[in-house]
Design a protein around this ligand. Structure first.
Ligand code: FE2
Ligand code: FE2
Length: 475
């Protein structure tokens, strides 16, 4: 009997793909017995076995089609955000996916990661790779052949979100999804460059930010909705990307100067870059941190400032943000300085987006806080934020931000599509009946709550929150 429901299954696969990418990155940097690599391979084996036990599937098969991770004929949007990182090593072996059998163990994954990352001993083809795996005693992992096709709302392959929602016909998430993938890719590369002591390719990060800006201009709803899927990844990347998107969307109201916006995007994306210098175990700890661990964690601001200062094309704005985003308006917070250090406007913006994202995001150890409660909490934090900027942020982000899910006074559930001049009455898409039955794509309807049909008064009764992610490590 299947123990995992649809949503748990999708979350599990998303976490597995994230972990596989982390394992490949770490395996390329560290030796096989390094704690980071050992943690990854143990987790990967546990996740496959948990998936098989919970679904009664004898194996977990994942293929990559059209930059999407596909499982049992369905493209998984959340997991697909990491797809480009898997495409490269698979492509070099002319393979298109993986199959992991129930009973796979950590040593099998060690062999797989070595095979994918050791350039000197990399086989020529998928067949050679499978033969090498089998010869090493790893019979529970196989590389699958390439599959061709296109994944999207116009193809028979259903695209579903980590929340188990089927995307609506006509929804075009391809471009924002690729932009989001590009951001994940940029950030992973940057973190790896920090770990290896290489100089950062901030020009490439800037180009990625330009693409975010274009997407925000063309289809702001799509990328903002995408940034609401809290379970996309359990690592620092997701947090930094969401802070970047929030900051850019906010800053667009103050300036349209492209160069300024690009600098804002890069600085906000890099605000936690100093975390790359922190011990893995500390970053991924799910326990309450001790006083010493907290002090160590707080050093990411100093590390971040130093990392960015060392770059030949260092942007002073990015340095001030990385260094100052945990300092408060009234001079508290960290790191401490011997002279007063007023916050730059960009640091103030990133600080607001940083805290808002952390409060509203789901973490393995906590529920997401609703936007309304988060706003209230932030407004109650005296001396913390620049008040006029915080009020403007709330105004522009909306009481019920785009992408959030709500219950209407009719009992139906809906997703917020866009804001109106009445902050409590957004435009929504109704997605279920009052009894909670999901509507078919053809029955989904968009309602402007200022002018509901038949002159009925419909209001937002409740905000629906995402549950904590599967118990995986998180930053
Ligand atoms: Fe931070
Ligand atoms: Fe942060």
């Amino acid at each position: 009997m299947c123990r995992l429901d649809e949503r748990e299954r999708i979350e599990g696969i998303t976490a597995f793909v994230d972990e596989l990418v982390v394992g490949i990155i770490n395996s390329g940097i560290y030796w096989t017995q390094h704690p980071r690599v050992e943690t990854s391979v143990r987790e990967l084996a546990r996740m496959v076995n948990e998936h098989c036990d919970g679904t009664d599937e004898p194996s977990l098969s994942l293929t990559i089609i059209d930059r999407c991770i596909v499982h049992q004929g369905r493209a998984l949007l959340g997991a697909s955000l990491s797809a480009p990182k898997l495409m490269k090593p698979l492509g070099e072996l002319k393979a298109g996916g993986f199959e992991f059998d129930h009973g796979v163990d950590a040593s099998d994954f060690t062999l797989l990661l070595q095979l994918l990352t050791d350039r000197r001993r990399r086989p020529e083809s998928r067949e050679d790779a499978n033969a090498a795996l089998a010869a090493s005693g790893c019979g529970k992992i196989r590389l699958l052949g390439r599959m061709v096709g296109a994944v999207g709302p116009t193809t028979p392959v259903a695209t579903i979100t980590p929340e188990g929602d089927r995307l609506r016909a006509g929804t075009t998430l391809d471009v924002p999804q690729q932009v989001y993938q590009g951001l994940v890719d940029s950030l992973q590369t940057t973190m790896m460059q920090v770990c290896c002591g290489d100089s950062l390719e901030l020009g490439a990060v800037g180009s990625m930010v330009q693409e975010v800006l274009t997407t925000l201009d063309d289809d702001p709803k799509a990328i903002l909705n995408l940034s609401r899927y809290e379970n996309y990844d359990a690592y620092t990347f997701g947090h930094s990307i969401r802070v970047c998107i929030l900051a850019l969307n906010f800053a667009r109201n103050f300036t349209s100067d492209e160069e300024t916006l690009e600098r804002i995007g890069v600085a906000s994306l890099m605000h936690d870059v100093g975390k790359a210098k922190l011990p893995f175990e500390l970053l991924h700890s799910t326990e309450v941190l001790s006083a010493e661990e907290r002090t160590e964690m707080q050093k990411h601001t100093i590390h971040g400032g130093e990392i960015l200062l060392e770059q030949t094309e260092c942007d002073p704005l990015a340095v001030t943000v990385a260094f100052g985003h945990h300092r408060t308006e009234d001079g508290r917070g960290y790191p401490r300085t011997t002279v007063p250090l007023p916050l730059s406007t960009l640091t103030r913006i990133v600080k607001i987006c940083d805290v808002y994202e952390a409060l509203t995001a789901v973490r393995p150890y906590k529920q997401a806080m609703s936007p309304t409660r988060s706003y209230k909490l932030m407004l109650s934090m005296d001396g913390h934020f620049h008040r006029p900027l915080l009020r403007r942020f709330i105004e522009l982000n909306g009481i019920f931000p785009n992408g959030s899910r709500v219950r209407l006074s009719t009992g139906e559930t809906a997703r917020v599509e866009s804001q109106t001049d009445a902050p409590a009455l957004p435009i929504v898409t109704v997605e279920s009946t009052p009894d909670g039955d999901a509507l078919d794509e053809a029955d989904l309807r968009t309602v402007d709550l200022r002018r509901p049909p038949d002159d009925r008064s419909i209001t937002v009764a409740d905000e629906l929150l995402a549950a904590p992610a599967a118990a995986t490590a998180s930053a």
